[in-house]
Design a protein around this ligand. Structure first.
Ligand SMILES: Nc1ncnc2c1ncn2[C@@H]1O[C@H](COP(=O)(O)OP(=O)(O)OP(=O)(O)O)[C@@H](O)[C@H]1O
Ligand SMILES: [Mg+2]
Length: 258
């Protein structure tokens, strides 16, 4: 065990609840009364075009941004009013996979994956090596600890990024645009990685995307955001039946390009 166990066992069926959140930057309203629930153990996709407010929502979920009004609950705890040290504890529930895998180029894969452990735990060298092996195993990578990021394919780098995100055993994994800029085959392998990770680790996942194909593959629930407003929020299999004009246009545009 690492020293990462945090606050109480949750009663709420939701890992995250975003309630009536408004956020402006200067005169620019970016989130307009956003409501969003993330069911525990499920994969929630937030789909929307560039600039619609997806990353801003995600930053609110981990308390990197505070709403102008409204609340964010993580496992039933309102993080908008938490003191800083308690917020840091809540943040340990999260693992984040960034758009660019954001690995440290000068570190080996092993050093990259073990980085959070070395920062946050007091495990022995051997125990850390074992954890790294285990987490790389979860993302189907073996014996690549000694390699450098530059020696890996884009898909492998994403996998290493996920291994690092889960090394502290988070209960929630956030993916910001995990497939943007990847070729179709690599996109497939990253989608599969998200599905596998969610099953094997039994985590709650939030995936930000503007890729309809990925969303349909990985999501249990899909919300569509347009100019800071959630215009649709349905189980994934119902998204094609949406009657909202923006959602229909967004889906049609995507399918036309395929
Ligand atoms: N720290 C900030 N200060 C000022 N404006 C910001 C800040 N962060 C985001 N914005 C603005 O908020 C809007 C939404 O940004 P956000 O990053 O959430 O978009 P997004 O949906 O994630 O887009 P993309 O798909 O391109 O990543 C944009 O207009 C952006 O310029
Ligand atoms: Mg973004």
């Amino acid at each position: 065990m690492t020293d990462t166990t945090v606050v109480s066992v949750p009663d709420s069926p939701y890992a995250i609840e975003v309630k009536n959140v408004c956020k402006s930057f200067g005169p620019n309203p970016v989130l307009k009364n956003v409501n969003l629930k993330v069911r525990r153990g499920k994969t929630r996709v937030i789909l929307g075009p560039s600039g619609s407010g997806k990353t801003v929502i995600m930053k609110h979920m981990i308390g990197l941004l505070k709403p102008d009004s409204g609340n964010i609950l993580v496992d039933g705890v309102d993080i908008t009013t938490l003191p800083h040290n308690e917020l840091l504890n809540v943040r340990r529930k999260f693992g984040m996979v960034f758009q660019q895998a954001a690995l440290f180029d000068s570190m080996t894969v092993g050093e990259n994956v073990s980085f959070p452990l070395r920062e946050h735990s007091v495990l022995s060298k051997e125990a850390i090596a074992e954890k790294v092996r285990e987490k790389l195993g979860v993302v189907d990578l073996k014996n690549i600890e000694h390699k450098y990021p530059a020696e890996l394919s884009g898909g492998m780098r994403k996998r290493v990024g996920l291994a690092r995100a889960i090394v502290l055993e988070p209960s929630i994994v956030l993916y910001d645009e995990p497939t943007t800029g990847l070729d179709p085959l690599t996109t497939d392998s990253v989608d599969k990685m998200i599905l596998d990770a969610s099953k094997r680790l039994n985590v709650t996942s939030v995936v930000i995307s503007h890729d309809v194909g990925s969303a349909l593959l990985v999501a249990d629930d899909i919300a569509v955001i347009h100019e800071g407003v959630i215009v649709e929020d349905v189980p994934a299999k119902e998204i094609r039946d949406s009657t909202h004009p923006f959602v229909r246009e967004f889906l049609h545009t995507w399918f036309r390009k395929q």
